[in-house]
Design a protein around this ligand. Structure first.
Ligand code: NA7
Length: 534
């Protein structure tokens, strides 16, 4: 902890966003401190250490764009694993001498705004207190794990863990009977590893997920050298692309090209690996159901080529899509479809065979009883808002964020919310967030936060607060854009629909990073209208 406990800015969360804020605010001369609940820098990479956990964005743009950082770092894989990400953040921490301004293993437990002093009074779970003129919450979109309540789950005598709460010293899957519940990015990563070493693996799938080929590659000195030549161009490109990637949608309509041309384009995108077949496809794949269906059919054909068993093919890549293609975030697979050809692996479709309860020895479905040594909950997160509503923080009327947002999230530009003066959010709701590469969001949206704080400081204001009328406008814009897309047609975490009882609404700004930045520019050009400063 720093010598004094009074700060200009306290940042919460040390993922890409929080670390970027720390670097930049320090550079701008703010007295700043960062609180991080885990034992190191890196955000989700401190929590997700389950076997197989890895990034789904290629490393070229899954890093900070500052030359002083990338010049001295070498990646070993195109899509790095969790331990490499931790090593990268250790490197960043040392290189920028960050830890002197960070409290690790320190969770913000309570935050109250003092109207008399225009300061946030903060308490952390270690008992320390501090105050800050501004707080910047960077808890990310996946910091509140979700575990469904299953009857009898407390009776289970084996190991049971959520992927994001995996024991830090690891768990051996060797020769174990393993269940994986959930088949998003986390579920299939664990399943791929478990299939290689476990005695038996049972994967419980609710909705078939449209996995794309990762296209993993080893990176040696040659690849790293080439990467460094390309990086300035790639970083620049991020701000021009919808998802903050270094590639963008094809501007032509998928309906205006011949079947042959479309098929060739899809094949190229497929071969490129990663998210190319998602964020590099025809722009109207996400707005036109017919074009979307062509993408699904291509995906289904490619996927079924890998699955020998017909019943299994129907479960994993059904004739009719469960929802339009890729309106849930696709996961990247390496050998996921192949594991079902292994003797030790089986798939249980929860649509045919729902879970009834857990017992001391396993899981009972409507059809049979399964015995396990280990149950892995890969069931996702109370995404986007959960990390914020989890904090004991109240507004100037004494209401929590959860209460304020109970009938829908309201923010201005996804940066701040009314009645929470001097509080900013990075990589949170109603910003590009889940549609955007994390480091790109950390830097581009991060600069919006810095610019606003500099404006407030330069003008000698001591308080800002968003105006509700501007929040309503922002919310309407989000709904309007979302309604022009196919995204509302899936029960995804983008829509808040993965958590029972959570309001279904588009939780992110779905207009893409460049449009979002333009909205911010307009706001800044009009003396940051909507942010009432005093
Ligand atoms: P996701 O992508 O939210 O996946 C969660 C999975 O868990 C998904 O397959 C869900 O099925 C399944 N799920 C959720 N609740 C249940 C219940 N009650 N029973 C059975 N199955 C359930 O989380 P991940 O951790 O994999 O990935 C999160 C993000 O991190 C990902 O997008 C990447 O950006 C990295 P559903 O599809 O809802 O039917």
């Amino acid at each position: 902890m720093a010598e004094s406990n009074e700060f200009d800015v306290v940042i919460v969360g040390a993922g890409f966003s929080g670390v970027y804020q720390l670097i930049r605010l320090r550079e701008e001369g703010f007295k700043v401190h960062l609180l991080e609940a885990s034992g190191g820098l890196g955000g989700i990479w401190q929590w997700n250490c389950y076997p197989g956990a890895r990034v789904d964005t290629h490393c070229e743009i899954y890093q900070f764009s500052r030359k002083e950082l990338w010049a001295g770092w070498r990646w070993t894989e195109r899509f790095p694993g969790w331990s490499e990400m931790r090593a990268y953040f250790d490197y960043v921490g040392k290189k920028m001498d960050l830890l002197k301004d960070v409290s690790l293993n320190c969770r913000l437990s309570k935050a109250r705004y003092n109207e008399n002093t225009d300061n946030w009074e903060l308490e952390v779970d270690t008992g320390s207190k501090m105050s800050a003129k501004f707080i910047v919450i960077c808890t990310g979109f996946a910091s509140k794990p979700y575990i469904p309540k299953l009857d009898g789950m407390e009776l289970f005598e084996g190991d049971a863990h959520h992927t994001a709460l995996w024991p830090q010293d690891g768990l051996d899957l060797k020769e174990k009977r393993v269940a994986v519940i959930g088949t998003g990015a986390s579920g299939i990563q664990v399943a791929q590893e478990a299939a290689l070493v476990s005695k038996h693996l049972t994967v419980f799938q609710r909705t078939p997920n449209m996995y794309l080929p990762m296209g993993q590659k080893d990176y040696g000195p040659k690849e790293n050298e080439r990467m460094k030549e390309e990086l300035p161009g790639r970083f620049k490109r991020r701000g021009e692309c919808f998802g903050g990637f270094d590639f963008d949608f094809i501007p032509t309509s998928g309906a205006d090209v011949s079947d042959v041309e479309r098929e060739e384009t899809y094949e190229k995108l497929w071969q490129a690996g990663g998210f190319n077949f998602w964020l590099g496809t025809y722009h109207d794949v996400f707005t036109d159901e017919k074009v979307n269906r062509t993408a699904y059919e291509f995906w289904k054909k490619k996927t079924r080529e890998r699955i020998k068993d017909k019943d299994l093919a129907q479960k994993l890549a059904p004739s009719e899509p469960p929802h339009p293609y890729a309106v849930k975030r696709p996961s990247l697979e390496q050998w996921y479809f192949d594991i079902f050809n292994y003797e030790n692996t089986e798939l249980v479709s929860l649509r045919d065979e729902p879970i009834v309860k857990m017992t001391k020895s396993g899981i009972v479905t409507s059809e049979r009883e399964y015995e396990f040594d280990m149950v892995v909950f890969a069931t996702g997160f109370d995404a986007v808002t959960g990390g914020l509503t989890n904090i004991d923080i109240t507004d100037t009327d004494g209401n929590t964020l959860g209460e304020r947002w109970s009938d829908g999230v309201r923010t201005h530009l996804g940066l701040a919310t009314s009645k929470f003066p001097n509080m900013l959010m990075g990589y949170g709701p109603q910003a590009p967030t889940g549609f955007c590469n994390g480091p790109s969001s950390a830097e581009y949206q991060g600069e919006c936060i810095i610019e606003l704080l500099l404006y407030i400081r330069d003008k000698k204001f001591s308080r800002f607060e968003t105006e509700e009328s501007f929040e309503n406008i922002w919310r309407e814009k989000i709904v309007e854009i979302a309604d022009q897309t196919l995204f509302p047609k899936a029960d995804s975490w983008y829509m808040g629909a993965n958590i029972p009882g959570k309001k279904k609404e588009m939780l992110m700004y779905p207009g893409g990073l460049p449009k979002y930045l333009e909205e911010f520019r307009q706001c800044a050009a009009h003396q940051f209208e909507g942010f009432k400063c005093s």
